[in-house]
Design a protein around this ligand. Sequence first.
Ligand code: SAH
Length: 345
Amino acid sequence: MKNIKDYNLEDLQQELLQLGEKKYRAEQIFKWIYVDKVKEFDDMTNLPVTLRETLKQNYTMCNFKILKKQEASDGTKKYLFDVLDGNAIETVLMEYHHGKTICVSSQIGCKMGCKFCASTGIKFARNLLAGEIVEQILAVEQDLGENISNIVFMGIGEPFDNYDNVMKAVRIINNQKGLNIGARHISISTSGLVPRIYDFANEDLQCTLSISLHSTNNEKRSSMMPVNNVYPIEELMKACKYYIDKTNKRISFEYALAKDNNDNLEDAKGLVNLLKGMLCHVNLIPINKIENGNYIKSTNENIIRFRDYLNDHGIVATIRRELGSDIDAACGQLRRKNLKNQEEN
Ligand code: SAH
């Protein structure tokens, strides 16, 4: 059955026309789903009963079931959702000083193989469809009973490896007649799939682009992130420059600091040389150690020294607050241990 949340408003209008219905019904349905956040076609009380029946016969509302919900001492909540085909995914709600943010997954598993990331241990099952990305937000909002204004594509999966579905989801999330979350409040993070960075630059979307950089040295970056063997730093930076020129938007570079790996002053100097003059910001993430992982967190002293070196040399850098680490919901910690029906590798 088709998922009603896979359609942006214009596509839903086409669907309704094809069903022999009036176009304006699409806008009513869209409002019920994204503004009133109802879970059943029967709750769409301004639709004729016959139309509700037709909808029920042709579409699913794709309501995810919460399999598990954990809350960290800092208020971070991790949801394990049943995506209705035997698979499960994780979505995280974080409380920042400026408000709440939902961190969505884009794939069930990940193919990128980054050595420091717990998602690497999850066997890749499939891409999430646009409606399944959107549903993560609706399900969290329904559970909380409030609307969330910030979304980050930083859960499990590589968003640019599921490019079309992610772009479609972004446009549904962004639609003013629906969830109406401003593009500036949506961040997409990529490990560096260069061709998709060019595509994204040409999308004319105001979302924030985050690039997981983690090292400015090809050898070191490749040892952490196999994607660097395919798209080395020079090509990545060329694409980033194209993106900035095209959009005039700042890029956020993510840099996870691992002790005795990428956290010394030589590395900081490398970053200054690579990024100087660019419209960008560096987000330093104290690396979260994963089960059986080789990388351990830098000392606080090194993290601060690293940040100060960047700031003193003209690169704006901030340290990301660690949220949800006591429930394995912090950066890169979303993992398989809860995921049902997925064998260990
Ligand atoms: N595939 C996307 C989204 C991944 S998660 C990407 O690679 O960008 C978002 C961020 O968390 C990425 O910057 C990722 O590199 C980082 N991350 C992954 N594992 C981590 C860990 N163990 N500690 C800190 N950050 C981590």
